[in-house]
Ligand binder design. Sequence first.
Ligand code: 6GU
Length: 239
Amino acid sequence: MRLDYLTIFPDYLAPLTLSLPGKAVSGGLIEVHVHDLRRWTHDRHRTVDDTPYGGGAGMVMKPEPFGEAFDELAIDGATIVVPTPSGRPLTQALARELATRERLVFCCGRYEGIDQRVLDHAAERGELIEVSLGDYVLNGGEVAALAVTEAVVRLLPGFMGNAESLTEESHEAGLLEYPSYTKPAVWRDREVPPVLLSGDHGAIARWRRQQSLDRTAARRPDLLHGAQAAGEWVIASAV
Ligand code: 6GU
């Protein structure tokens, strides 16, 4: 998978060469290209933004630098990811979808957003996906681009050593993960739940399932709605 990032803060994306994505880079699984959007400006001040037509607060990112970057990077056919609070919520399902693409081009906006014509143009040259991290406001798309990248890259075939840890974790099963424990069996007077030391694999699996259901019901009841697990939770809790 090839990943391109258009940003006015390339240093913000330096973590891409570290930790999780870094491993994928050195392993040849992904190719990462971070681009300073100002490279495609031509004025002395390297201007990337301007005041909004129609008035209002803040600045809007100009279309020309993005357009020239798209041309030079030959984005045709790529999936163009635009982080924005008005985008599609990032979910495990969306991460899985993005993990099937050959090339992602992240367009990081700052200020009050990007000129709409950039997005309309991008949608005609590739697949445009606007993505939101959630219902709150960040200063720009860089942190979101990092989050999307990490969620996607760890799903690429050959990335994880242990394929099971992928399917068992939170959200892959549509439920939150059960709590985990390791040695020592007693720490500061706190004991590990005895069932986990019992060696009874059936009992352990049932306990973990119940913990997942209880946690999801308490913290994220929205995830149970309409899910098969909802009925399971009602029945199991009544026992
Ligand atoms: Cl993707 N971008 C910005 N600027 N703010 C956000 C966001 C994205 N997701 C949530 N808040």
